[in-house]
Design a binder for this molecule. Structure first.
Ligand SMILES: [Zn+2]
Ligand SMILES: [Zn+2]
Length: 351
């Protein structure tokens, strides 16, 4: 099988070949039909997250072992499975939930594998879907996509469940406007799911006029230029005095500052994006304004199941998707890094 792997951090993914593994135990082998390219793949290829102040969070120190095949937004067709894998058959088309935990630590035992202390996530800590085949350790991580197009279902595995989980943390979703910072693949998914979940209205912030236009077209009630001098004032005016909830899918020093400054008293800032940076905050306003700052990392298996149920009821999120051959992966990552991608690019290894 062919696979595109991080072999040396900071270098393009390298095409490697190895014998296709045979599933044992509860394992399920998928032929990869669709593999979404996510912004976090850029960090994974670089090998670190930017902590701000010149500091880096090394992924190798966090347990990423090289070489590793990237790709964590995958849909595949079942081609083989071990003797203990129940509930699957050859030919099934399934979405692979990539946020896999150790199964034994406290977060895993309370069904929050996404908070596991020793994650085994597909495409991060174990081989992912930028390949002909993908091994999934257990059928519990597979979700039937019915007759959904694989390339449009694949982004549900990361951008879908990540934004779904963040939106679930917004207690005022149906009664107040929600501010979404960022209108890339994650931001447009967040906007689409906000609507599907019955959200009141969404105000989308982006520094790129092309992405603001895409958000407006996708149903944002208003868009704001994050670089505008009066961006905070604009958000306060649009929300009638300050936002109850801001979901920041960028996660930079600038976007965090904007998000927190835009909150009303009692408001909540939810940070999802991993762009990187740091932030110095004055402490008295946090209690005096009763602010909540909450991180949100991908999503759990139960949340993935809820999201699939939502999609069955309301249809697929209308996020623009472009398909490209697997061999284009390095070019696609360069385009993503340059900010040239609208919506999601999905690789189609089986084509
Ligand atoms: Zn991702
Ligand atoms: Zn665990």
């Amino acid at each position: 099988m062919r696979m595109f792997q991080v072999c040396v951090c900071g270098q393009p993914l390298r095409l490697n070949e190895q014998p296709t593994p045979q599933p044992t135990g509860t394992q399920v082998l998928l032929k990869v039909l669709a593999a979404g390219v996510c912004h976090s793949d850029l960090h994974l290829a670089d090998g670190y997250f930017d902590l701000g102040g010149g500091n880096k969070l090394s992924l190798e120190a966090r347990g990423m072992k090289l070489p590793v095949t990237l790709g964590h937004e995958n849909v595949g067709e079942v081609v083989a499975f071990g003797p203990d894998a129940k509930g699957v058959k050859v030919g099934d088309r399934r979405l692979a939930h990539p946020w896999i935990g150790c199964g034994t630590c406290a977060p895993c035992r309370r069904n929050e594998e996404n908070h596991c202390t020793a994650m085994r996530s597909l495409g991060v800590f174990s081989n992912g879907g930028y390949a002909d085949f993908l091994m999934v350790p257990h059928p519990r991580y597979l979700f039937d996509i019915g007759d959904l197009p694989p390339e449009r279902a694949a982004p549900l595995a990361c951008s879908g469940v990540t934004t779904y989980s963040a939106l679930k943390k917004v207690t005022t979703l149906k009664s107040e406007p929600t501010v979404i910072i960022g209108a890339g693949g994650l931001g447009l998914m967040c906007l689409a799911l906000h609507k599907a979940m019955g959200g009141h209205s969404a105000i989308v912030v982006d520094i790129d006029p092309v992405k603001r236009a895409a958000a407006k077209q996708a149903g944002a009630a208003a868009v704001v230029d994050g670089m505008a001098d009066d961006a905070v004032a604009q958000i306060q005016k649009l929300t009638g005095g300050g936002a109850w909830a801001v979901i920041d899918v960028v996660g930079s020093s600038q976007s965090a500052r904007l998000g927190i400054d835009s909150l009303s008293k009692g408001g909540k800032y939810i940070i999802v994006g991993l762009f990187g940076g740091d932030l110095t905050l004055s402490l008295p306003p946090i209690p005096m304004r009763a602010l909540t700052i909450q991180g949100s990392y991908v999503g759990s298996v139960p949340e993935m199941a809820e999201l699939m149920e939502l999609v069955r009821r309301t249809g697929l999120p209308a996020v623009p998707v472009t398909t490209r051959p697997l061999d284009d992966v390095n070019a696609v990552m360069d385009e993503l890094r340059a900010g040239k991608v609208i919506g999601r690019v999905v690789l189609t290894p089986a084509n």
